[in-house]
Write a protein that binds this ligand. Structure first.
Ligand code: AHR
Length: 677
């Protein structure tokens, strides 16, 4: 009996300790650092089939027959020949369909799309093709024809095709032909079939199928649901096009922005390293068509209201993949950097130059005479220098960056330059680069960290100790990768939310943040977790996505001081020892005239909390938005896209003339935002 009583007393003690109220003081009248409009944003890389097969609306894979295996993605039957003297200089391949030699035989092609072609009942699709009649045609008639079908190969019905239209080709010169198809089915795994119709041979090039209903109805546009999800994030900054693909496995495979502009038919194919980087997630048909190129990136940035932030190669191919930088062809010699630097200068001209300039004219010819107002440029992705203990190859990155910086600063003194502290958020390479970025006077440096739960829990104060006189911080790639749980589980998202309070409290030096990666196809991913997932017809937003959205839409304009009384000294609530797993930040939203407090409870216990809002009176209720869920390993999915979503509510405020007080009980592992007017 005595033992039982003792146990009960101990249990009560533990309960009382865990339930001890934490009071958070917020000074609501003294505005701190402004929060940059670029604070929360997105980083796009063509990984996980994010471009072709993802955001880019094109439904046909290998539409220009440029893949090294020219019929990859296609099944051919009858008489199909691949030729290489087509009308587009940088995409020379095309096919010739000819008579199969017997009345009952057929010639044609079937395209499988990206993991199938996704179509929706009642939606219109634009089929287009560059074509010409081969030779004069039988009977001297300059006419050939094809039948274009959407098919359900696995249908048990009489007909596999559920849409068909005939297209007449009427010239021996290359011309673009377009027809519209309206789908009578919703399908994730439709295919596009083309039959040669009649005896005359026809040449086909750049065979394309696009939903008419793209984002902003653009012809070379984006998949509407995915682009809309980006707009709904309210991103302030948009970093593109990568990531590792900027660097390339070799210099030849680096992302060359000039190849990605101009007519889509003439944009040369590039490799995509995410085809082969992981042989345990291998995708032999993963290339970059550049259909989504730099013009489209700039335009998308404008459409979704984000500042564009292109990243260009600094003349180093991927340093992970090329550990010996002295090998020929791995890196550009310093003296040969000229064309790379010229690419950077020309990019600024492409984005901002007058229509009379060479590259400004290219932009204007593509339909955007107004400048894109480019203000930021990243040079290099995950690059680093070597010290004696690590290869001894010297400052391979910073000596190149300096050359870029000198040239760019001389011509475009207001352009903000972004360097990098390499692939790690700490360690010898980070320690080497961080001071060098300061010496080089880059405006911001790009930090990357994919780290586990413990890292996120113990780095709440990361930015509090940063040099206030150095470059500003761009947390350009980050995500919580659960130990043995590399999926978008709920707990990881809550830890990201906790970490982000540190961005906000340090908004004087943290000016940009973008989690990574952004997109992933459920059948084609190489890297996870990611923000947005999709298949051919559906998408879902992860809890991490909602965390980003909550921050971006409750960003505020100025930081407010937020402290907890700890003896005489006030310390920020940051999930450190003694703070009971609470992370918090506060800001003022000048436009709405509201105080916004964000609190994340990373403990497995509910936490009573008092928000003491000094110098704020008059409010009787506050608005709340909460992310809370019991299953730590749960995630949203195609099947259950809204399993975990933020919920709106209200809470009572007790106010006197000097302050407003909110007493709340935060659920275990939850993120709550309070907005008080
Ligand atoms: O986001 C995936 C990859 O992670 C990026 O390409 C690279 O920058 C980082 O290593």
């Amino acid at each position: 009996m005595k033992k039982r009583l003792l146990l009960l007393v101990v249990a009560m003690g533990i309960f009382l300790v865990t339930m001890a109220q934490i009071t958070v003081d917020v000074s609501t009248k003294k505005l701190g650092a402004p929060i940059q409009s670029t604070m929360y944003g997105i980083f796009f890389e063509d990984i996980n089939y994010a471009a072709d097969g993802g955001l880019y609306g094109e439904l046909v894979k290998n539409r220009s027959f440029e893949f090294p295996q020219h019929l990859m993605g296609w099944q051919s039957f009858g008489s199909v020949e691949v030729k290489d003297d087509g009308p587009f200089e940088r995409c020379p391949y095309y096919v010739v369909l000819s008579d199969p030699g017997h009345r009952d035989r057929r010639t044609g092609l079937v395209n499988e799309g990206y993991f199938g072609i996704g179509v929706k009942k009642g939606e219109q699709y634009r089929f287009s093709v560059w074509a010409k009649v081969q030779g004069q045609g039988a009977g001297g008639k300059v006419q050939a024809a094809i039948r274009v079908q959407l098919i359900d190969e696995n249908s048990m019905g009489e007909h596999q095709e559920f849409v068909e239209k005939k297209l007449d080709v009427t010239s021996t010169e290359w011309k673009k032909y377009t027809i519209s198809l309206t789908s009578t089915k919703t399908m994730k795994h439709a295919k596009l079939r083309i039959f040669l119709h009649g005896p005359n041979s026809v040449c086909l090039e750049h065979v394309s199928l696009f939903p008419v209903n793209t984002y902003k109805n653009r012809e070379n546009g984006m998949r509407r649901d995915l682009a809309q999800a980006l707009e709904d994030l309210h991103p302030g900054i948009f970093r593109f096009p990568g990531g590792c693909i900027v660097e390339g496995s070799s210099l030849d495979e680096r992302y060359q922005w000039k190849n990605s502009v101009g007519p889509v038919e003439n944009r040369p194919l590039n490799h995509n390293r995410w085809e082969y980087t992981f042989d345990f997630r291998y995708f032999p048909d993963y290339y970059q068509s550049y259909g989504l190129g730099f013009f489209e990136f700039f335009q998308l940035a404008e459409d979704i209201g984000a500042e564009p932030l292109p990243v260009i190669s600094c003349g180093l191919s991927c340093q992970f993949q090329n550990p010996d930088p002295t090998k020929p062809g791995v890196h550009v010699a310093l003296d040969d950097l000229g064309p790379y630097i010229q690419d950077a200068l020309d990019l600024v001209e492409f984005a901002n130059g007058d229509v009379t300039t060479k590259w400004g004219k290219v932009r204007a010819d593509m339909g955007h005479p107004e400048p894109f107002n480019l203000k930021y440029l990243g040079v290099g992705n995950e690059q680093w220098d070597y010290d004696e203990a690590h290869g001894g190859y010297g400052p391979v990155f910073t000596e190149r960056l300096k050359k870029f910086s000198d040239a760019l600063r001389a011509k475009y003194p207001t352009l903000k330059l972004i360097g990098t502290t390499g692939p790690n958020s700490e360690g010898w390479d980070f320690d080497l680069l961080q001071p060098r970025m300061k010496e080089l006077k880059v405006d911001l440096y790009d930090e990357h960290y994919y780290r586990d739960e413990q890292w996120f829990l113990s780095h709440g104060l990361r930015y509090d100790s940063y040099d206030r006189k150095g470059p500003k911080v761009f947390a350009g790639e980050y995500a919580c990768h659960g130990k043995g749980k590399k999926w978008n589980h709920y707990e990881a998202a809550i830890l990201e939310a906790a970490h982000m309070t540190g961005f906000e409290r340090n908004a004087d030096i943290v000016h940009m943040t973008t989690p990574a990666p952004l997109f992933a196809h459920v059948d084609g991913w190489q890297w996870r977790p990611d923000q947005i997932w999709y298949d051919q017809t559906q998408m879902f937003k992860t809890v991490s996505y909602y965390v980003q959205q909550l921050y971006a839409t409750n960003k505020g304009t100025h930081v407010l001081s937020l402290t907890t009384p700890a003896g005489k000294k006030s310390v920020p609530v940051a999930g450190q020892e003694g703070q009971k797993g609470l992370f918090a930040s506060a800001c003022f939203d000048k436009d709405a005239g509201e105080v916004v407090v964000k609190v994340v409870n990373t403990s497995k216990q509910p936490q009573p909390i008092t928000l003491n809002l000094k110098d704020l009176s008059g409010a009787t209720t506050a608005q709340t938005i909460t992310l809370s869920h019991k299953g730590m390993d749960d995630e949203n999915s195609i099947q259950r896209p809204e399993l975990i979503t933020p919920k709106k509510g209200t809470i009572a405020v007790e106010a006197d003339k000097k302050r407003s007080v909110i007493n709340d009980q935060l659920p275990a592992m939850s993120f709550r935002i309070y907005r008080i007017k």
